[in-house]
Design a protein around this ligand. Structure first.
Ligand SMILES: [Zn+2]
Length: 329
C-alpha cells in the first residue's frame, strides 16, 4: 500500500491539496511524528505563506523553517514535492526560471525559502519544487491590499456598501468636518454628484483633513471636496417628504451641527452627544464648556423619546442621556 503524506494540511495551500490520497497529515502541532517515517510521496506545503509576517519577524520565520528542515532530515521518501514561492525569483521583465537568483538582494521571506529549496534539493535529489505565485483572496491573511483607491469609505462593510448602492441618495449632510466624517465625500461626489452641506465655522477643517488624518495614522487618502452649501442653526433641510431642523452645537468642532426631525422623533447628533458620553473637545476649535452648555440648552430641551443617532457608537434617546449621561448628572 502506498504511503503518502501531506505536511501543512491546515494551511491555505495544504487544504486545497488535501484528499483521500494522503494517509498521513501533518502540521506544526504533530510534525514531530514525521521522524523515522518512510513515504512513497511526501508533499510539503508546510512553509508559512505569510510574507509580511516573515519579513517583519525574520527570526521567527527562520525558526519555523529550520524546524521543518530538521523533521524532513529524519524521513525517507521516494518522492518529495516542496511547495515554494515565485518570490525567490527577483522582480524584473525577465522573470522566469532561468533568471539568476540573487540571495544578497532577497528579503527574509524569499531568502529563507530559497534556503529551504536548497536543503530539499540536497536531501532529496529527485524532489520536485513547485513555486506558487502570491495568493490573494477573501479570508486570506496574506499580502493584504488595504483600500486600493479609497473610493469606498473604509467604514462601510460590503453589505452596507451594497445597500447604499441600491439606494439613490439625494442629500449629503455633514454634522461636522473632522476627517473621519468626510473622507466618503469624494465617493458621494463621484458616484452621486452630491456635494456636502455643513457649517461655515468648520470649513477650515477640510483643507487640513489629509494632514490631520496622517497624524492619526490614516494615510493615502484623497483630499475631500469643498463644501457645497453652508448651513447654520435654525435652517431647515428639506428632501422628499422629510425635513430636518439644523441645531448648531459647537464645542467638539466649532461648526458642529445636529439634525432633528420632529415628525420622526429623530436626532442625528454627530460627535456632539454619544450614548453615555460627549464628543472630545481637545481638537482645534474645540471647547468643553460650549459643548456641555449646547447639549443642555439645545438638545436636552427636545422630547425625551427622541431617538439619538450619534456619529459613533450605539443609538440612545434624549431621556436616557438626560438621566444617565455622566457629564450631566
Ligand atoms: Zn469629530
Amino acid at each position: 500500500m502506498a504511503m503518502n503524506g501531506l505536511i501543512g494540511y491546515t494551511g491555505f495551500v495544504g487544504q486545497n491539496l488535501d484528499g483521500p490520497q494522503y494517509e498521513f497529515r501533518f502540521n506544526s502541532k504533530n510534525s514531530g511524528e514525521l521522524a523515522g517515517k518512510s513515504f512513497d510521496l511526501l508533499v510539503c506545503a508546510g512553509v508559512p505563506g505569510h510574507k509580511t509576517l516573515a519579513n517583519q519577524f525574520p527570526e521567527q520565520d527562520w525558526q519555523t523553517i529550520s524546524e521543518l528542515m530538521e523533521h524532513l532530515s529524519q524521513v525517507q521518501c521516494q518522492k518529495l514535492v516542496l511547495i515554494s514561492t515565485i518570490d525567490v525569483i527577483p522582480d524584473g521583465a525577465e522573470r522566469d526560471e532561468d533568471v539568476e537568483l540573487l540571495e544578497d538582494k532577497m528579503f527574509p521571506y524569499a531568502l529563507h525559502r530559497i534556503k529551504m529549496e536548497k536543503f530539499v534539493r540536497q536531501r532529496f535529489p529527485d524532489a520536485a519544487i513547485v513555486r506558487l505565485p502570491g495568493i490573494f483572496g477573501k479570508g486570506l491573511r496574506k499580502n493584504f491590499i488595504f483600500d486600493l483607491v479609497f473610493k469606498i469609505p473604509r467604514m462601510f462593510s460590503d453589505q452596507e456598501f451594497l445597500e447604499l448602492k441600491s439606494l439613490r441618495p439625494v442629500l449629503l449632510l455633514n454634522t461636522h468636518l473632522h476627517p473621519d466624517h468626510i473622507f466618503g465625500n469624494n465617493f458621494m461626489k463621484e458616484v452621486y454628484g452630491l456635494s456636502t452641506k455643513a457649517a461655515r465655522e468648520d470649513d477650515f477643517l477640510v483643507d487640513g483633513a489629509v494632514e490631520v488624518a496622517s497624524m492619526l495614522g490614516i494615510k493615502g487618502i484623497a483630499q475631500p471636496p469643498a463644501v457645497g452649501e453652508f448651513l447654520q442653526g435654525g435652517d431647515t433641510v428639506r428632501f422628499g417628504q422629510s425635513e430636518m431642523v439644523v441645531i448648531a452645537v459647537g464645542g467638539h468642532s466649532p461648526g458642529g451641527l445636529c439634525f432633528y426631525s420632529e415628525r420622526d422623533k429623530l436626532l442625528l447628533s454627530g460627535d456632539v452627544l454619544f450614548a453615555g458620553s460627549i464628543g472630545r473637545s481637545d481638537l482645534p476649535g474645540g471647547n468643553g464648556k460650549d459643548l456641555i452648555e449646547g447639549i443642555r440648552k439645545k438638545l436636552f430641551v427636545l422630547p425625551e423619546e427622541v431617538k439619538v443617532i450619534p456619529g459613533h457608537g450605539p443609538v440612545t434617546t434624549i431621556g436616557e442621556e438626560k438621566r444617565h449621561n455622566p457629564f450631566f448628572i
